[in-house]
Design a protein around this ligand. Sequence first.
Ligand code: ARG
Length: 463
Amino acid sequence: MANKMWGGRFSRNPDAIMEEINASIDFDQHLFRQDIAASKVHVAMLAKQGIIPAHDANRITHGLDTILSEIEQGKFKFERSLEDIHMNVENRLAELIGPVAGRLHTARSRNDQVATDFRLWVRESIDAVDAALASYQRALADRALEHADTLMPGFTHLQPAQPVTLGHHLLAYVEMAERDRGRFRDTRKRLNQSPLGAVALAGTAFPIDRGATSKGLGFDAPMANSIDAVSDRDFALEALSAAAITAVHLSRFAEEIVIWCSPLMGLITLSDRFTTGSSIMPQKRNPDAAELVRAKAGRIIGALQTLLVVMKGLPLAYQKDMQEDKEGTINAFSALMLCVAAMTGMVGDMTPNVDRMRAAASEGYSTATDLADWLVLTLNLPFREAHRMTGQIVAQAAAQKVALHELPLAALQTVEPRITADVFAVLSAENSVRSRASQGGTAPKLVRREATKWLKALAKQGA
Ligand code: ARG
């Protein structure tokens, strides 16, 4: 028997492989809420415009509500032979209310239907990610305030560079998350136009009201061009771009967590809640959650690549290739939500090893820049000259295997006789961070101010 929905000119069933390659129900069933919501708004508009009788519209609406609760309760049987969520719902509607179900698809095509459903789904996912990122920022800002004074080594090239505070380092991730949220917000603005009513590609002869369906679904306006409306997947590409950049940020932090909690670094510990043991090495405590956040960036970036490649060769308007937009996107967003939640959890869970961090902050001649700055400020030397002298002093310290502040004054004076004992005040890591009070710098008083500013702003957002 041919397909119930479109089989009029067909006399035989599709090949099993045809059915398998054609069906999208395995993943587009995630769109059931959006599909039913859009159908309800569409049918209400059809009745209001006098395109279908009001009592038919009522029966359709009730039928759709029944289907919604069937799916929510796990009682709905999705069928591959019905291809996708749209036809699974419509077929069930016909089972429930009979041939009047057939009126629902008046002045509509699966092309504008799927474009609408998927936009709604991406919009909801963006909102969910935004809320999750706000909680992540909140967790970071809480810990940043708590550790505004905690010294740690700041790295470049993963070499100790200059002492910073842990609070300052954590606030860097708050800024990154804020830009991520901004990208999602921008995406949402452009996304929020309604394709519904574009129908197959050319519009319709029925007197539909696209403004009404757009409004009913919370869109800002109907899309202007029916061909564009059914062929555009920019909203998914933009959302995936924002997701990919977010995933990269989370992955960078996850990588730092992995490095920091290696016993060789020993800067933080994670509790039993976010670590696992080894089945052979009893001493192990592995940061698996951080490693998996780092790894899941791969599939999120991959989903963006996949959709870009799917779209790049497509002529207007709808092509079945576009069905491949959903699986990767749905998978990417569920991975991203999991990653944000795991990072939020680890931020709250981590115990900084404050003593080890403080000691490490002073290792590797990390206050050499402070020494060079002192030579400039006190002896009025050009910075390059001061840099060269400091290099010679570091070389002496390295040769004697001592820290900068452990060198005798006489040793410093072999390089520059005018150096006085005052210099020792700037060689401590505490002094170094306290002095870096330029705008955006690591000084504890600035970190406290920034963390407090963030906590206030996030509390306003309900995070
Ligand atoms: N399952 C399809 C998709 O996700 C729905 C649209 C199908 N349209 C069509 N003309 N066959 O893209």
